[in-house]
Write a protein of this length. Structure first.
Lengths: 114, 114
C-alpha cells in the first residue's frame, strides 16, 4: 500500500472491480452482501477490495452493528481531480484554443503599440 | 501490470516518483538523464519508472537515436478525468447547490399546478 494519500487513492482505483464497487456505491449505500451480488466472487474477496478502498478513504462504513453499510466518500476523488487540473491543458483543446487566442491578441496589442 | 488501459494509467500514477517525472515533463520534453537529475536514483531506476509510464501511454519517446527525449501524453489523463466526471457531484458543492435549486423549482412548479 503506497504511503502518501494520493498514491493510495490512485492505487485503490487501479482495479476494475474496485471501480465497479464505487460505481455501485455512487447509486447509494450498500452492504457487503449487496455489493458482492453482481460479482462471481466470495464475500471475502469483495471484503478485501473494500479494505483497500477504505484504507484510501474512498469508502466509509456505517455503525449499524450487523449491516455496516458502505458509503462512498468523495474527498479522495476530489484530490485526484485537483492533481489532474495541472495537466488539463495537455488534452483540453478548448484551453489550447484559448491560449492561442490570448497569444494572438497579445501580438495584436504589441503590433498596435509599434 | 493491470490489463485494462484505465487501470494501467491509475497504477502508473500511483507513485510519487512517477508523478514527479510527469510534472517535469509537463514543463517540456526531457532525456532520461535530465529526468534523473533531481532524484537520488540510478538511471536504471528512473528508466524502470519511465517504462511503467510508457506502458500506460503517459509518456512517449522521441526517435532521435541517442537522446530519445521523453514526451508527456495527455490522452490517458483525459480518460481518468472522464471517469472522474461521474463522481464530481460527490465533492462539488456547486453541483449540489444546483441540484437543490433544480429540485426546489420543480417543487414550486408542482405547487403552481395544484
Amino acid at each position: 500500500m503506497p504511503a502518501d494519500a494520493l498514491s493510495a487513492t490512485l492505487f485503490a482505483l487501479a482495479d476494475p472491480t474496485r471501480r465497479g464497487l464505487l460505481a455501485r456505491l455512487a447509486t447509494g449505500d450498500a452492504t457487503v452482501t449487496e455489493l458482492a451480488e453482481p460479482y462471481e466472487m466470495s464475500l471475502a474477496a469483495v471484503s478485501k477490495h473494500l479494505k483497500v478502498l477504505e484504507a484510501a478513504g474512498l469508502v466509509s462504513r456505517g455503525r449499524q452493528a450487523q449491516w455496516r453499510p458502505c458509503h462512498l466518500e468523495g474527498a479522495p476523488l476530489q484530490a485526484v481531480s485537483e492533481w489532474l487540473d495541472d495537466y488539463r491543458r495537455f488534452w483540453d483543446r478548448n484551453l489550447d484554443s484559448l491560449a492561442d487566442y490570448l497569444k494572438a491578441i497579445q501580438q495584436q496589442d504589441r503590433g498596435g503599440q509599434v
